[in-house]
Ligand binder design. Structure first.
Ligand SMILES: [Zn+2]
Length: 539
């Protein structure tokens, strides 16, 4: 298999249509001096590598942040941007946190690391189980560093529970099967009384807006305190901390600043219209404190796992496919399923040999898939004529590697403002197939995430990089290893983000490659297997 397949496929998709235009004039690098004065001088642990901090800002997009940066509302991010090489970071396909952060931490596509979703099918069994970090089949960067005796400090990276036995500290990220065993070593967990786990609260419950927000702010504060403690008292070669409240608040509170949302209520909006800005301002203050605490000689990479946008209307996939004009028989339409009925953006066609009680052979299932893809590509909003699906991709177009077949048959990237849900198994065709999305969630992921890179290796400062070969999450591991001065294993899908590295530094520091890594395999304990939540199979 061509090692570059995953990357080539990511890059060849035409995501450029949804990008914001952010090319900015180059501003003199003297601004770097201002940043240095404001934030101190960077810095880290000492030793034979350049220490690096990766700061995850889950769901961050320039589309939201840039207007606030430009109007002075996010001063820390503005200063960081002035001193950084920065731009858009393409998410993984699918652009969900579990595959996205796992791609970011392993440098490979889901076909190699084997995490495609929150859940997975068990072939020929009537269950769908939740994924855990033990489903991962590719080595994350912290295991690569452990082998080299390097010390890591990791916190809240999604899809990392149960945590690996690292050389350092590891407070894992959601989903959490239970509220114990989330940190390594166990003594660390014992010292974390009061630490609030990210339980992925993803429903806006009317009248509980304030308590939900309080929880998000508490999590932000407690992660900041731990990060500042680590920066003051712990040595490290790599620190990687993800702030996930930014994603949660955008999922739930987008509606209050989106008059085009059919659930928009002007009275409610008066109360909560500034919620996203206020939360980002709190996050910005945390970044200012963190940057001031970083010691000289430390490089920093800021990344988001995906962008964000409004969520207004949902296509009920089965209701749409069952209409006679699609040309699909009801048996064919009925073979389409998703792992989560509420999310129809990743579809499977039930087929013999893989799915329980399937009627169709693999060849016939692939024919049905072609028809479904074609029908979805032409789906339009009957009220506006807008295409509902920006892209409909086949699994083999985006996944490569041993586990590619584990992923969905079709991945749909909805157009801005739209979403897909599975819909009704026996739909009433008199009812609309496109409905206002529930008030419980009003923002959803987009492909256009962000990055900013800061450090002696990076130049020139304050430059937006728009490369032909768009950077994506799989590039983070090779870039991070390169910036640290570490060898890079062969076999990754991503490549070093060379255009952001200063030419002088590049010339003096040619990348060093090393042998490919063995697959990761951590067997589950009987207790963990028992803890996996089983839900009825849909197919
Ligand atoms: Zn999210």
């Amino acid at each position: 298999m061509d090692e570059r397949v995953g990357k080539m496929v990511y890059s060849h998709r035409q995501w450029r249509s949804c990008r914001v235009q952010l090319i900015r004039p180059l501003i003199c690098s003297a601004l770097l001096i201002g940043l240095t004065i404001l934030f101190g001088c960077g810095g880290g642990s000492g030793g034979d590598v350049n220490p690096l901090i990766v700061i995850g800002l889950d769901g961050a997009t320039w589309e939201v942040l840039q207007p606030w940066i430009d109007s002075g509302k996010l001063p820390a991010l503005a200063e960081i941007q002035k001193a950084s090489a920065w731009g858009e970071m393409e998410s993984s396909v699918p652009y969900l946190s579990p595959p996205a952060w796992t791609s970011a931490a392993t440098g490979v596509n889901p076909g190699k690391h084997a995490i495609f979703d929150f859940q997975r099918r068990i072939p020929q069994q009537p269950v769908i189980i939740n994924e855990t970090a033990k489903s991962r089949r590719a080595q994350p960067i912290w295991n690569m560093l452990r082998e080299q005796g390097k010390r890591v400090l990791l916190m809240n990276i999604p899809m990392t529970d149960p945590p690996d036995e690292v050389n350092g500290y590891f407070i894992s990220g959601f989903p959490h099967a239970d509220d114990e065993g989330f940190a390594y070593p166990p003594e660390l967990e014992a010292s974390l009384s009061g630490y609030e786990l990210d339980q992925m609260q993803l429903r806006l419950i009317p009248s509980r807006e304030d308590s939900i927000l309080t929880s998000y702010y508490n999590q932000l504060e407690s992660r900041k305190e731990i990060m500042l403690d680590w920066l003051a008292n712990e040595s490290f070669d790599l620190m990687w901390v993800v702030f996930t409240g930014t994603d949660r608040v955008q999922h739930l509170f987008w509606v209050f600043s989106d008059p085009e949302n059919p659930n928009y209520n002007p009275d409610q909006a008066k109360l909560y219209k500034d919620t996203l800005l206020k939360y980002w301002q709190a996050q910005d203050k945390v970044l200012a404190e963190v940057m001031a605490a970083i010691k000289p000689g430390t490089s920093t990479l800021f990344v988001s796992d995906h962008g964000f946008g409004p969520l207004r209307y949902s296509l009920k996939v089965l209701n749409y496919l069952h209409r006679p004009e699609t040309g699909l028989t009801s048996r064919e339409a009925g073979a389409v399923y998703s792992l989560d009925r509420g999310d129809g953006c990743r579809l499977y066609i039930s087929r013999a040999g893989r799915d329980l009680n399937a009627h169709f052979s693999k060849a016939k299932a692939l024919q049905i898939r072609d028809k479904v893809a074609s029908v979805l590509r032409s789906a339009v909003d009957p009220n506006t004529g807008t295409s509902i699906c920006e892209d409909v991709l086949y699994g083999e177009e985006v996944f490569s590697g041993t586990y590619a077949g584990k992923g969905p048959d079709l991945i749909i990237i909805p157009s801005r403002g739209y979403f897909l849900m599975l819909g009704d198994a026996e739909p009433d065709l008199e009812l609309p197939y496109l409905i206002p999305h529930t008030i419980k969630m009003s923002g959803w992921h987009r492909m256009n995430g962000i990055y900013l890179a800061l450090g002696d290796q990076v130049a020139p400062a304050n430059r937006f990089y728009q490369s032909e070969d768009q950077f994506s999450l799989i590039d983070i591991v090779p870039t991070a290893l390169y910036m640290m001065g570490m060898p890079i294993p062969e076999g990754l899908d991503g490549t070093i983000m060379e255009p952001i590295i200063s030419p002088e530094y590049w010339q003096q520091n040619q990348p060093v490659m090393t042998a490919p890594l063995p697959e990761e395999f951590r067997p589950m304990t009987p207790e963990e297997i028992e803890n996996l939540e089983s839900v009825p199979y849909i197919g």
